[in-house]
Design a protein around this ligand. Structure first.
Ligand SMILES: Nc1nc2c(ncn2[C@@H]2O[C@H](COP(=O)(O)OP(=O)(O)OP(=O)(O)O)[C@@H](O)[C@H]2O)c(=O)[nH]1
Ligand SMILES: [Zn+2]
Length: 250
């Protein structure tokens, strides 16, 4: 099913002449394109009405929740816990939903956010800084959190500013290393926007270095990926890094 398709679901609508109709979802969503139908008279009726799925959100149907649940039970058991005690009963299902959310970016193309562009004769730096993100380190499956700064040099077209943040948000939802996250974002922007230059700087804290292992709270990791003019021209590179650093508050 295309990402932008609406799902259809039977909803019960209370029809009142005084109030605005209120819809209650009364059955599971189906992907069928059913015609609208009114099945009962009086003051209540069932209609097949579309629920519009946000196309900006990555889909996670391919995550196998049941297998994650089983694995979490095994882990709890293995560390000496009792997975059947009250406080842990729902934990495997919660953790499964959490992984589905945090790894939803594995099953979508983050570049789709860059499909819509606006023709604009602006050829200087566009910079969106302080885009917060939370990703997962692929070595320990612990979060690394921080901010990304994205600059690009347009070539006749600009993209909606929020889309740069959406790309970061979606690329972040994968198990990975920070270096790959940084490069993936830079490559997507260079490729999909045909940008003349791209600069991505990412700064983050890795839980695997702060809460376990070497235990160094406060340590930060900075990575950068330069493409096009920002890679080949040292003055352009210095200019963009100056802009990013000037505004970095950390
Ligand atoms: N380059 C890079 N390394 C990362 C990232 N996230 C975590 N790491 C590192 O991955 C390494 C994994 O090293 P290993 O020796 O295999 O694992 P470990 O024994 O748990 O290592 P320690 O963390 O030193 O206890 C660690 O040094 C982590 O700091 C990342 O985004 N980029
Ligand atoms: Zn780690």
């Amino acid at each position: 099913m295309p990402l932008a398709s609406p799902l259809f679901c039977k909803r019960t609508i209370d029809v009142s002449f005084e109030d605005t109709p209120v819809a209650h979802h009364s059955s599971e969503a189906t992907a069928m394109n059913l015609p609208e139908s009114v099945s009962s008279g009086g003051s209540r009726c069932d209609v097949e009405a579309p629920i519009h799925v946000d196309p900006n959100e990555p889909r996670n149907e391919r995550v196998d929740l049941k297998r994650i649940e089983a694995a979490v039970r095994v882990i709890l058991d293995a560390v000496g816990e009792n997975p059947d005690r009250e406080g842990l009963l729902e934990t495997p299902a919660r953790v499964a939903r959490m992984y589905a959310e945090m790894f939803a970016g594995l099953h979508s193309d983050p570049g789709r956010h860059l499909a819509k562009v606006f023709t604009e004769q602006y050829d200087e730096i566009v910079l969106v800084r302080d885009i917060s993100f939370c990703s997962m380190c692929e070595h320990h499956l612990l979060p690394f959190t921080g901010r990304a700064h994205i600059a690009y040099l347009p070539s006749g077209k600009v993209v909606g500013l929020s889309k740069l943040a959406r790309v970061v948000e979606e690329v972040a939802r994968r198990p990975q290393v920070q270096e790959r996250l940084t490069q993936t974002v830079a490559d997507l922007i260079e490729d999909r926007l045909s940008a003349r230059g791209v600069a991505v700087v990412v700064e983050s804290t890795h839980s695997c270095m702060t809460m376990r292992g070497v235990r160094k709270p406060g340590s930060m990791c900075l990575t950068s990926a330069m493409r096009g003019t920002f890679r080949t021209d040292s003055k352009s590179r210095a200019e963009v890094l100056n802009l990013i650093n000037r505004h970095t508050t950390g």
